[in-house]
Design a protein around this ligand. Structure first.
Ligand SMILES: [Zn+2]
Length: 113
C-alpha cells in the first residue's frame, strides 16, 4: 500500500483516522521518567510470600544435602568407582541447575541491597 492509497483509506475509514489521531497525540506527549529509586522502593514494599528465615533454612538444607551427595562419596574414596563417579556428575548437574535457578533471586536478598 503506497502513500496515496493510505491517504485514500484514511479518508474513508473512521477507525484508522481515529487510530492515526491517537498515535499522533501519544507521540506529541513528553516522555516521563520514573522517580529515582522507584523500582527498588516498590520491590521492597511487596510482601514476602515466604519468610526470609524459612527461605534461608531451606537453602541451607539444600546445600547440606548437596554436600552430602557430592562430598561424602568423594571423602570415602568411592569416586574411584565408575557408578560413584556418575553419581557425582549428576550431583554437579543438580548443583549447576540450582545455581542457575537461584541466581535471579540473589538481588532479593537483603544484604545485596
Ligand atoms: Zn481502516
Amino acid at each position: 500500500m503506497n502513500c496515496e492509497e493510505v491517504l485514500e483509506h484514511l479518508g474513508s475509514c473512521g477507525d484508522c483516522r481515529l487510530h492515526a489521531a491517537l498515535e499522533a497525540r501519544l507521540l506529541a506527549m513528553p516522555a516521563l521518567e520514573p522517580p529515582e529509586g522507584l523500582a527498588g522502593r516498590v520491590m521492597r514494599a511487596l510482601p514476602r510470600t515466604v519468610p526470609l528465615g524459612r527461605e534461608l533454612a531451606r537453602l541451607a538444607a539444600a546445600a547440606a544435602l548437596l554436600l552430602g551427595i557430592v562430598g561424602i562419596p568423594f571423602l570415602a574414596g568411592l569416586d574411584r568407582h565408575r557408578a560413584a563417579a556418575e553419581a557425582r556428575m549428576q550431583g554437579q548437574q543438580i548443583f549447576e541447575s540450582m545455581v542457575s535457578t537461584l541466581n535471579p533471586l540473589r538481588s532479593d536478598l537483603p544484604w545485596k541491597r
